[in-house]
Design a binder for this molecule. Structure first.
Ligand code: ZN
Length: 291
């Protein structure tokens, strides 16, 4: 199934994407959870109900008539891996890492398909990173790599938007990866059962229609099973947690000369079977406020 968080004049809720139409899960069952984390936390009960709707209900809402939000809007954890494609490691001039290079993003970075990504006033070095994103579906801890995919709810496209000067001004990437809106995910969550092999997906990034990154998830250095097992050795993973798995070569900072994103640019991330995540760059409003 392709599970979307969407909004129209009846409010925000969950739906199943069928082509260019949606099934409204709240119309099917008014008690159905209206956010993805609650949905995932209910495990098989809601999962079975969604599958029933998927079989029995006609999709009646055109996708074009709704706003798609991030499939998981307020994840409790967002972990990202730097340097996880050999070709990208080569273009950065670094050595192939012995361990996954983990960093995080805050929940305030998350936005959905078609949302604005803010070009910060403090930098002109804004870059894209097309990434396969994993959404955790089950609370888990201490799981072995061979069991790790059982914890996965599904997958979506992600853009690990990066402010390169802030990223590289200290040995820790996190601050340059944490600007508001710099973690678009979407356009929806494709459930794990629809993706036979998450390490065999073409992945592409386009800026204003021009292809900048083109690769395949088969080139991931640290596979999804490894990433989940490693995180679960450290912490409890919970439904809705988000893992950005790293980006292939072709980032703007490695181009000669470097090409950074500007206000007005459109960035698309397309992964086979997961749809296309599109976002436009706009200049941020820097009016200070305390509320
Ligand atoms: Zn990245």
């Amino acid at each position: 199934m392709k599970l979307a968080t969407f909004e129209d004049d009846k409010g925000k809720r969950l739906g199943i994407v069928k082509g260019d139409m949606l099934i409204d899960l709240s119309a099917f069952d008014p008690t159905f959870p209206t956010d993805m984390i609650t949905y995932l936390s209910h495990g098989d009960t809601t999962g079975r109900k969604a599958k029933q709707a998927n079989r029995e209900v006609e999709a009646t809402i055109p996708l074009s008539s709704v706003t798609l939000h991030a499939p998981v809007e307020d994840p409790r954890k967002i972990f990202c891996v730097g340097l996880n494609y050999a070709d990208h490691v080569a273009e950065t001039g670094r050595d192939k890492p012995e361990n996954a290079t983990w960093f995080t993003k805050p929940p305030t970075a998350i936005v959905g398909h078609d949302a604005n990504v803010l070009k910060p006033a403090v930098s002109d070095m804004i870059d894209y990173e097309a990434e396969l994103v994993v959404i955790i579906g089950h609370r888990c801890r201490h799981i072995a790599p061979e069991d790790a995919l059982n914890a996965v709810a599904g997958y979506c496209c992600g853009n690990d938007v990066s402010v390169r000067d802030w990223q590289f001004r200290s040995p820790q990437f996190t601050i340059g990866k944490s600007f508001d809106t710099h973690g678009p995910i979407g356009p929806w969550l494709t459930t794990r059962d629809e993706i036979a092999d998450p390490h065999a997906l073409t992945i592409e990034c386009r800026v204003n229609g021009a292809v900048r990154q083109k690769s395949n998830t088969e080139h991931l250095i640290f596979k999804i099973e490894h990433l989940i097992a490693e995180l679960s050795a450290v912490m409890t993973l919970e439904p809705g947690d988000v893992i950005f798995t790293g980006t292939p070569s072709g980032v703007g900072v490695a181009m000669k000369p470097p090409q950074f994103l500007k206000a007005g640019d459109t960035v698309e991330v397309e992964i086979a079977g997961l749809g296309t995540l599109s976002n436009q760059m706009v200049t941020e409003d820097v009016t200070p406020y305390v509320k």
